[in-house]
Design a protein around this ligand. Sequence first.
Ligand code: DLL
Length: 439
Amino acid sequence: MQQRQVSSFLVDFWEKSIETIDEKKLKELQLERLNYSIEIAKKSEFYGQKLKDIKKIKNFDELEKIPFTTKEDLLQNNPLSFLTTDLKNIVRVHSSSGTTGRSKYIFYTKKDIENWADLVARCLFMVGIRKNDIFQNMMSYGLFTGGLGLHYGAEKIGILVIPAGVGNTEKQIELMRELKTTVIHITPSYLLYIAHYIEEIGLSPSEDFNLKTAIVGAEPYSENTRKKLENIFKINVYNCYGLSEMNGPGVAFECPYKDGLHLWEDNYYMEIIDPKTGKILGENEEGELVLTTLKREGMPLIRYRTGDLTKILRERCECGRTHRKIMRIKGRSDDMFIVKGVNIFPSQIEAVIMEFPEVDKNYQIIIDRKGGLDILTVQVEIKKEFFKGEINELRDLQERIKEKLKEKIFVSPIVELVETGTLPTTTGKAKRVIDKRRL
Ligand code: DLL
């Protein structure tokens, strides 16, 4: 197929003007938009009272006077109390469920949807996705933002979109082969599962498909998992971060340098805080990401605590984009579990086990308590060829994984090696940790 060129207007829009805006100008723009957000937010019932004494902000330090907005605020208040406009101006709602079982609702005006699609298009364009690509969107369509969010962004570029949705792996593979899909959007756990499925049915992930790019996000995964996926499929895997409260996917995205995610600072003002004290931290200091929407009109959120742990990278990117990068999300502060008094994130365990070539694509973490003692078990799927090998070699592998884990997480786990295909799989967000102490 002949390469169709995007119009020079779009190239200007995504590639030159906004992405590489001069740093000083970006700051001015952010300040102007912060004031816009605060003013417009005051129109909502929720912020009306909260922000009534806040005058025009002249520098970013003054932001500290504004209280954070939390997930609990969204869960406990009437969803409509966040609206800045009449419901008749709202054209879409998405939602995501909170841990308590209640849902957070996010409302969009027509302009909000347009703007979000532009942001997603910017992300896709950045990693070389163009009109002649075939894009299979393997994320759930519906209230979850991963489906429609990427769909509209991809359509903006003019790509052929296959709205495959999540699940039905056999159909996904058929679509990929028949329509010669070049780009997919998928969660890391589902992509690992698909790789396994493809091998099971006797196809080669790297040779029997036309894939060149995977956009992978919606849940934490390690750099080693990315490398594994890139090796299996011989494609580029780019990390995409977002959350419903901030539109959905497309808040931050990796450029071809794959060394952190550019967070679109003309649309979101970011701060990193100490999750315990709320104190603002500097660049290169790890903490909780706090975001303020800068362009959203229907439902602005001011100083929203995402719960996601990361840091702002000090080093500027070689790609030339001025929007600063954040480190791959380490996890959510509420993902962390404590075993024998030690704080552990599932991503730390994943990073260690995925380093071993014998390890296949799935794992599970089980925490239990016996006789007052915490017991951490890591179940790891091992590739068939190794699993069928010598028992002594398996024991040796088990020991090596255990030692490496102990070195990294400071707790000695029980390591159980199981054959590929044994552990439960999911097409949506993976549930890696089963904490039986809480059952
Ligand atoms: O997961 C939006 C999304 C869809 C992002 C598709 C990327 C791709 P929620 O369901 O509201 O929205 O969940 C948001 O998922 O706060 C993070 O904890 C986690 N998350 C999302 N992307 C990543 C990522 C969507 N790339 C929550 N790495 C966020 C790590 C991620 N965690």
